[in-house]
Design a protein around this ligand. Sequence first.
Ligand code: ZN
Ligand code: ZN
Length: 149
Amino acid sequence: MTDVPGGCLCGALRYRVTLPSLWCAFCHCGMCRKAHGASPVAWFGVPRDRFAWIASPDEHLGRYASSPGATRSFCRRCGSPLLFESERWADQVHVALATLDGTLDRPPSAHVFFDDRAGWATPTDDLPRLGGPDGTTPIAPPDGSGRSR
Ligand SMILES: [Zn+2]
Ligand SMILES: [Zn+2]
C-alpha cells in the first residue's frame, strides 16, 4: 500500500491517502462547478479509513453543507476546495484530484453528471458520459449524436 500526500494552496491543510483508490472521474455538476470555480472537477474516492489529515487546524478547515447530507471541506485561508463527503457514499471520502501532490493509481475513467455540464466544458475524450438523476447512468455516446439541453 502506498501513501500519497496532498493539501491546499497555502499549505495549512495537509492530508494523505493510502492507495489503492476506489475510482476516479470528472464531475460536471453545477455544484462542483461553483464550489471549485472550474469544470469539470476531477475527483477520486478512497475508503474513509484510508484518508487521514496530517494538518487540519480548526481555524483553517472550513466545512460547507452544500446539500442535505453532503459536506464540502475547504481551506478558509486560501480557498482551496479539498473534499466532498456525503451520506450517499458514507463509507468513502471524495478528494479533489488536483490537490494531490503525487500520482494517483488510476486516471479519470468517466464523466459523471454529464447532462449538467457547462456549455463551454464539453470534453473531447472518449470516456463514458454518465448522467441522469443519479449522475452515473449512461447517456449520450461519446460521438454526441445530436443530444443537447
Ligand atoms: Zn490553504
Ligand atoms: Zn459534482
